[in-house]
Design a protein around this ligand. Sequence first.
Ligand code: NAD
Ligand code: ZN
Length: 232
Amino acid sequence: MPKRIVILTGAGLSAESGVPTFRGPDGLWEGERIEDVATPEAFARDPQRVQRFYDARRARLAEVEPNPAHLALGRLDRHWPDELLIVTQNVDDLHERGGASRLLHMHGELASAWCRACGARSPWRAPLADGPPCPACGAPALRPDIVWFGEMPYHMDTIDAALMRADLFVAIGTSGQVYPAAGFVDVARHAGARCLELNLDPSMVSDRFHESRLGPASRLVPALVDELLATL
Ligand code: NAD
Ligand code: ZN
C-alpha cells in the first residue's frame, strides 16, 4: 500500500476543461511557433508579441473550469493522510480551483508576474503588454512568471527529494517530450517507486512505467483516486 505519492500532471489534465494542449500535429502551440513565444530569446526580440500571447492565455483562465480530474486530485489531497506532492507542468490555475494545495508549479503560473527589476513575484490577473508598474518597486519591468525553454524549472530540489522518497509515482496527461519532467519516472523508479502513467495515448516514455492506463483523464483520475482512498 503506497504511503508517499508524487503526481506529475501535464497539459492533458486540462484538455477537457478546454485549455489546448501543447504541440498539435502541426507543431504549433495555439498557432504560434514555440521559438517565437516561449524562449528568453523570443522575449528579448519581441517582448510585445510574447506578452500578448500570455495575456491571451491568462485572460482565458476566467472562462475555464476545473474538470473531474482536477476535482478528484483535490479530493485526494484533502483525504490522503501521508505525504503527497502534486507537481504540475501546467501554468493554468485549475489544480488550485479543484482544491489541491500540496502543489508545485514547476513551469510557473499565468496568474503571477515576475519583476525583472526587483525580482518580486506578484499575483496577476491583468494584461502585461501595456507595461504596468511592479507592485513592489514601481518599475514597468514585469514579465510572465513562466519558465521558458532554456530556463531552469522551479522547485527542482523539493521535487527531487520527494521523488527519491516516493512509493508511488503517477504521471497524468503529459507527453514525455519536455525534460526534466519527462525524466521523473526514471528517478522515481530507480528509487523504488511503483510508476503508473495515465494518458490518452501512449506517451514518449510509456515503456519506463510499470503500468500505463489509456483514456481521458476525467475518467481515469477519479477511478485512481477512489482506488487509492479505498486502501486507507
Ligand atoms: P503536451 O501537450 O506535450 O502533452 C499532452 C499529453 O496529454 C499528450 O500525451 C496527450 O495524449 C495527453 N492528453 C490529451 N488529452 C488528454 C485527456 N483528455 N486525458 C488524458 N491525457 C490527455 O503537454 P505536456 O506534456 O504538459 O508538456 C508541454 C508543456 O506545455 C509544458 O511545459 C507546459 O508548461 C506547457 N503547457 C501548459 C498548458 C496548461 O497550463 N494547461 C497548456 C499547454 C501547454
Ligand atoms: Zn519590481
